[in-house]
Write a protein that binds this ligand. Sequence first.
Ligand code: PHE
Length: 470
Amino acid sequence: MSAKRSSIHGQWSSRWAFILAATGSAVGLGNIWRFPYLAGENGGGAFVLVYLVCVVLVGIPIMMAEILLGRRGRQSPINTMETLAAEEGLSKHWHFLGWMGVIAGFVILSYYSVIAGWTLGYIFRTGTGLFVDADAAFSKQMFAELVADPEKLLAWHTIFIIMSVVVVSRGVKSGLEKAVRFLMPALLILLLVMVGYAMSTEKFMEGINYLFIPNFEVLSHKKFFADILLPALGQAFFSLSIGMGAIMIYGSYLSHKSSITFNCFTIAIADTSVAILAGVAIFPIVFTYGLEPAGGPGLIFVTLPIAFGQMPFGTFFGTLFFVLLMFAGWTSSISLLEPAVTWLVENRDMTRVKATALAGTIAWLLGIVTIFSFNHWAFSFRFAGVVKENGFFDIFDILTSNILLPVGGLLVAIFAAWLMSRSSTVDELGIGDGPGYKAWRFAVRYIAPFGVIIIFLNAIGLFKVLGLVE
Ligand code: PHE
């Protein structure tokens, strides 16, 4: 029976181990670095509102589907999809979904590691008291100097990839649980400290209004589907780590006794709270110090150091903050490598250490393109109503979050809710065939796939060409 399949890679030691590891994957730079800068670029409140709707209606149902597939297949996403497709009498080409995820994982990790490298750099910058009493101009200049220096970026990127490779090569489970158990509460406390600081700034309410009240004037300058919905949907996938197999592989180590529904809601609530807290901490600082909300990927690296320079014990809090952010990125990067590594172990008969070294090297090489995106190879283009200034980095980011992850999620939804037999999903989800199951099935069968398709068609302007919208 497939339901009794076990993973050659082992199982989580407890239910909390899965929740912690998956939260470690979900909570990362996506919440603290990416969410605020996208919200700032795409009009604040409207983006945040649409983001929350995407998490609830599309993100959580797809996350449940992805974990369900992983737990049933119990292998790397590539082999899981092949096995499950065979079991349901479908084409083995479904393994393509796993492949897409592996590619998305490499591309995301390649730039994720560069940004995590900035975080490493900022540990030392805040730690040495560089930002004490710094003003906005100084903070901007410090950030500009860092990204203008490819050698520094390469050094930090290399260190971060090595850190990720070391953990993954030892097997995901050892250490991760303990690290996350301490890390998440610490990160939460620190974010609250920063929210406390934000409350003391002059423009706290302006920041809050910006973040939570949709501004219809901004909306009138933007195309709703392309400028707000598409990036918000992409951020939901990115932040929840869904659509590329990361959560699927973590699900493959999950015990049968554990409730997928409870786990998913816990993870999604933790993930969303961290993102919102980061927004609440950042935007009041942005307005108080006269910075631009649409500051792009440098937003937190420019704004937060100013706050650390002003607040009591700022050097201490600042250093700790960047250390914790680095850890949060680390626990996410591990899950980006894991699908590729398990496949290499399963199909290429490699040892875990060799497989991880190979996968890490590929991501490291690709990361060099991102490094040059911020200096020698920088070029700009327009996307989602905003000028993107960092060429290949932005292309990688858009390609993965706005295209590959939603398409991956769409295929997961189609597979789990349209192609897999109802009895298999009822059996695997383990909540019976009552209202909870029906709500989930409705969301994965209709809301999630049609939502993704409509957003895509609109974003690429197909509806316009066909004369269906103005
Ligand atoms: N969710 C992670 C973050 O928010 C990034 C990630 C995306 C991790 C996709 C795994 C898979 O930082």
